[in-house]
Design a protein around this ligand. Sequence first.
Ligand code: NAI
Ligand code: MG
Length: 366
Amino acid sequence: SNPSLLILAGDGIGPEVMAEVRRIIDWYGEKRDMPFDVSEGLVGGCSYDAHGTPLTDETMARAQEVDAVLLGAVGGPQYDDLDFSVKPERGLLRLRKEMDLYANLRPAQCFDALADFSSLKRDVVAGLDIMIVRELTSGIYFGEPRGIIQEGNERVGINTQRYTESEIERVARSAFELARRRGNKVCSMEKANVMESGVLWREVVQRIGDTEYPDVELSHMYADAGAMQLCRWPKQFDVIVTDNLFGDLLSDAAAMLTGSLGMLPSASLGAPMDNGRPKALYEPVHGSAPDIAGQGKANPIACVLSFAMALRYSFDKGAEADRLEQAVEKVLADGLRTADLLGEEGATPVSTSGMGDAILAALEAS
Ligand code: NAI
Ligand code: MG
């Protein structure tokens, strides 16, 4: 049977950017004989409007069955006053939690045509292609005890950084597996100098590396030094693996090496299913951008590149993922720019669908 894909376009610009991806998916079915069984569902504010909940049990169950979920974005000002339990982002959080998506993949990739967009010098970022793997389901954001307690005559705010060996093992394996398909290098980041969880993290990652991935080059770095190195010379890295808190900061910092939010894809992967594929959710890093929604201004590339990640990591179509990424590279080199990327002289402004047209034309020509 065909590989299955659940599309949850969501709110704001989510449906606008997803419409362009949908055309690309259809192109693969028609022109490259790669049909997908595509189903669609609601998530976020649009699901609340229709069903009173940001994610129905039926959609949740469907997400558990398919080979991959592709999500647009959720949220918007009209939902800001809703009760916490039905806020749009609860739909996304429920997906991540129930699918147990513990490895968050955030590539920082700089297309040559956009190198002058970075806040860093051109030669530091041009051609950059690194991957940050952030542990997503444990660590200090979830550890117990937590809370604000009274201690004597003042209050204390408490969070607990807690990692079990198996939690470290599984995300380490995700990073090593990725490295094998890329530059074969993993750099693990923690603060083993001042944190017990960091000592365990380093020991477990080293053991998994030695016993299961001796062919992958492994190094360790304190996360603060890593932040410095990311800005100084990011091309020294291939795959970086780190915990939830450090990964949150490092991946946002790395994102800015490459320019616009409208360019950044992500994947969240869980344990392998019966068919050997990981549970997987692909989504652009950006949100629903209510300030530009409905105007044809949104850059669809982050969502297109998220689908490229799905081709590579869920469907074993690495060559087709390369083809799609090269099509994006081509249209950028040709000077086509959605509004978020405008600035240089000689660039050609395009709408959301204009960018989609150009990517399809580049695919067709490839
Ligand atoms: P945002 O990412 O939606 O927008 C930030 C800025 O970047 C805006 O000026 C927007 O116009 C621009 N931008 C974002 N994506 C773009 C694209 N593809 N093309 C061109 N410009 C783009 O973040 P913001 O404004 O903080 O949040 C807006 C809503 O989105 C909120 O309701 C928030 O909760 C939600 N959100 C949802 C996320 C998700 O679904 N994963 C992630 C972040 C925010
Ligand atoms: Mg963050």
